[in-house]
Design a protein around this ligand. Structure first.
Ligand code: SF4
Length: 447
């Protein structure tokens, strides 16, 4: 075998290497934290970073005055609070935080923000419009989205529900409700009287933040409804806080009990998680996944396509292979939603299509993620290449959702800063951009 081939082969196996070093010790404030302490979920929660002053405190000299002032500027723009587990914080390359994919996802800098797209919406997916009772979105006939909590173990800068998740920021006033158990019973009543529903996604917020009792209360009440066949607990937790699966025995046992309860009824409990970068994956992730797998709990992943985080072939292939290796099914990669404070993260639809093409064939089909665009305005998730019309020059795609919203047209827009200078000028004029959009829709409606 040639040397080049050997090197290729080594790189092909790279996804099986999980870092197991004491990486947190590079953070000056945690240099004496033991492996045992770092692996304790209580220590992780207690030492989570929730204010930029804490960034400075734990980083010491690694936090330069430039970084600090950029962080402060970020706080004037971001729609999300800061909350980062020490696990994720310590995985950031603090020698070059500006380019680090984890820093980008969880710690906003003022210098990164761009103006919001003219057609952004706080509730881009129309979840509130399709909500028959508070905390529930019912869009697809047999599936609902239940949001029992608005809190998470980390706050992601790219969150699609920045309108309700976490606390208020300088730019967004939120009516955050935490975990409001009293209102959950209304959701159960609605579901009891809606026999078409078979599938419930329990999201939020994050199921990691439900207490063991709440996790069981929700799971068992849903599973007792005869027509509910499947529930999915959505949590970013495995990606950003694997220590909880490994050391919060009460929480893990509660999840396992609901899983066993479901099996007794011939029903399914699955966990949906949210890795977006291979840098989030370590030996801790592998150990957490071994625990879940041995309990027979299926885990699927939903990543979000983000500029500078995972929008290159090498990263996406590595992420896909690593997830497969960990027994996590790489289920979806989402085009970034058109929500506030996220224009710098968004990619063009073309990038999504090309990435899917590149990833397909690199591993087994069932472990290949489907790249989807969740249509603004509530058309639901559509495969990235299933648009009806795509004006790439002006970054306008037109879509239909024949079953979910028959007869309606939906539009998704590429980020303006990625368009040609001429197209950017057209977008700058309100009348011209409206005309371009109407022309694109007409191309589809005339057919
Ligand atoms: S974990 Fe999910 S709901 Fe929570 S901030 Fe991140 S993306 Fe939003």
């Amino acid at each position: 075998m040639s040397e080049a081939k050997k090197l290729d082969r080594i790189q092909e196996l790279e996804h099986r290497n999980f870092r197991d070093d004491e990486f947190w010790k590079k953070v000056p404030g945690w240099s004496s934290v033991t492996r045992e302490e770092f692996g304790d979920h209580k220590w992780q929660l207690k030492n989570s970073i929730r204010k930029i002053e804490q960034v400075q405190k734990v980083l010491g000299e690694l936090c330069t005055p430039e970084l600090m002032s950029d962080l402060e500027a970020g706080q004037h723009r971001t729609p999300m609070n800061i909350r980062i587990t020490p696990y994720i914080f310590a995985l950031i390359d603090w020698k070059n935080p500006w380019d680090d994919p984890l820093r980008k996802q969880f710690l906003p800098l003022g210098s990164q923000f761009l103006d919001d797209h003219p057609y952004y919406q706080a509730d881009s997916l129309g979840e509130d419009t399709d909500s028959p009772v508070p905390m529930l979105t019912h869009r697809y006939p047999d599936k609902v989205l239940f949001l029992p909590t608005t809190i998470c173990p980390v706050y992601c800068s790219y969150c699609t529900r920045s309108r309700i998740i976490g606390g208020s920021t300088e730019t967004v006033e939120k009516g955050t409700y935490g975990a409001n158990q009293k209102k959950w019973d209304d959701v159960f009543e609605y579901l009891k009287s809606t026999p078409l529903v078979e599938d419930v996604v329990i999201s939020g917020g994050d199921s990691y933040m439900l207490t063991p009792a709440q996790l069981k209360y929700i799971g068992e009440n849903l599973l007792k409804i005869p027509h509910i066949r499947r529930i999915r607990y959505a949590t970013k937790g495995i990606a950003i806080f694997p220590q909880k699966v490994l050391s919060d025995y009460e929480w893990f046992n509660a999840l396992n009990e609901v899983h066993e309860f479901a099996r007794g009824y011939g029903k399914q409990v699955v966990v949906h998680t949210h890795f977006s970068s291979p840098n989030e994956i370590t030996k801790w992730s592998q150990l957490a996944m071994e625990r879940l797998f041995k309990s027979g709990i299926i885990v699927r992943n939903q990543a979000v396509l983000q500029d500078g985080v995972n929008n290159d072939v090498e990263t996406m292939v590595k992420l896909t292979r690593q997830l497969g290796y960990l027994n996590i099914q790489p289920y979806y990669v989402y085009m970034h939603d058109m929500v506030p404070g996220c224009e710098h993260f968004r990619t063009s639809l073309r990038e999504g299509i090309e990435l899917e093409k590149a990833v397909r064939g690199t591993t087994a089909g069932f472990n290949t993620p489907t790249f989807v665009c969740d249509l603004p305005g509530g058309g639901g998730k559509r495969h990235v290449a299933s648009y009806e019309y795509y004006d790439e020059e002006n970054g306008i795609s037109v879509w239909k959702a024949p079953y979910v919203k028959p007869g309606e047209f939906f539009t998704y827009f590429d980020p303006i800063h990625k368009l040609s200078p001429e197209a950017q000028k057209r977008w700058a004029d309100e009348g011209t951009r409206e005309k371009m959009i109407q022309e694109a829709i007409k191309k589809v409606s005339d057919h």
